[in-house]
Design a protein around this ligand. Sequence first.
Ligand SMILES: NC(=O)C1=CN([C@@H]2O[C@H](COP(=O)(O)OP(=O)(O)OC[C@H]3O[C@@H](n4cnc5c(N)ncnc54)[C@H](O)[C@@H]3O)[C@@H](O)[C@H]2O)C=CC1
Ligand SMILES: O=C(O)[C@@H]1CCC=N1
Length: 283
Amino acid sequence: MSAAPATPSTANLADFTGHVVLVGAGQMGGALLRGWLFHGLAPSRVTIIDPRPPANIQAVIDAHGIALDPVSPAIADVLIVAVKPQIADEVMPLVRHVVGPQTVVVSVMAGKTIARLEQVFGATTAVVRTIPNTPAAVGRGITGAAANAHVNAAQRSAVERLLAAVGRVEWLAREDWIDIVTAVSGSGPAYVFFLAETLARAGAAAGLPSDLAARLARATVEGAGELMYRSPDIEPATLRQNVTSPNGTTHAALQVLMGQQGIDVAFMEAIAAAAKRSRELAG
Ligand SMILES: NC(=O)C1=CN([C@@H]2O[C@H](COP(=O)(O)OP(=O)(O)OC[C@H]3O[C@@H](n4cnc5c(N)ncnc54)[C@H](O)[C@@H]3O)[C@@H](O)[C@H]2O)C=CC1
Ligand SMILES: O=C(O)[C@@H]1CCC=N1
C-alpha cells in the first residue's frame, strides 16, 4: 500500500496583504478564521462583523486583538459572507458599505446565487460563490467555488489562498454544479457521521453492549477515512475490495448494502433531495 503521511494544508498567508472582512464567524466562518491565523495571516488584516460570535471564536478574536464590529470598517479587498442563508437577505445590505471597486465578495452560503449577490452588491462586483464543509475546522475541508466574469486573476488567487487555509479547493466551470457539490461534499460529512451512528446502533441491535458498538463504529469510520486519505493513489473501490474476501462476511453485508433496498439507491435519492433543497434555498 502506498501511504502518504497526514499533512496539513500548505497554505501560507504570512505575506497576504489584503483586508479581509468576515461577516458571520460561526461554524464555517470561525473555521476559516482559525485556518487563516494558523497559516500566518496577520490578525490586523481581518475585520469581523458578527453580533454574537460563539464563545470559542470570541476567545480567538480577543486573543489576537481582531477588530470586531467596528463602527466604520475600511473597504474590504475580500468580503466573506458566512451567515445562515435564511438571514442573508437582511444582513447583506448592511455590509454593502465595505464593498468598493477592488472588493471580491465571497459567499459560503448554501443556495445564494451569484445573481442574488450581484443584485445586492452591484452588477459589476466580483463575486465568488462557494460551498465548503465542516472538516474545514481541522484543515481537511473541500470547497467548491464558482466565480462570475468580474473576478480577476489576483482576486481569484486571493480567494483561493484564503479557502486553501482550510483544505482543498475545486473551481467549478458552472455555477449550477454548486447545488450538487453542496449535496455531495457540503452536506457529506453528515452522511459519514450518520454512518457511524447507524453502524453503532446495528452493532448494539445484534447483541453488543452499546458503548462498545459505538467505539467500534467510530474508530472504523475514523480509520477508514484516514486510510483513504493516506492512500491517494488507491480508488475507494479497491480499498473496499481489499476488505472483501470471496464469499466472506463483508461480501454478505455488501450484498445487502448494494441491493435494491441498499445504500446506493438511498444515496441517489439523498443527493437529489439535497440538491433540490439547495435550489429551493435560492428562492
Ligand atoms: N455548517 C456546514 O456544514 C456548512 C455551512 N455552510 C454555510 O455556511 C453558512 C453559515 O453556517 P454555519 O457557520 O453553520 O452557521 P452558524 O450559525 O454557526 O454561524 C452563523 C454566524 O452568523 C452570525 N450572525 C447572525 N446574525 C448576524 C448578522 N446580522 N451579522 C453578522 N453575523 C451574524 C451568528 O452570530 C453566527 O456566529 C450558512 O449559510 C451555510 O449554508 C456551507 C457549507 C457547510
Ligand atoms: O445543511 C445545510 O443547509 C448546510 C449547507 C451544507 C451543509 N450544511
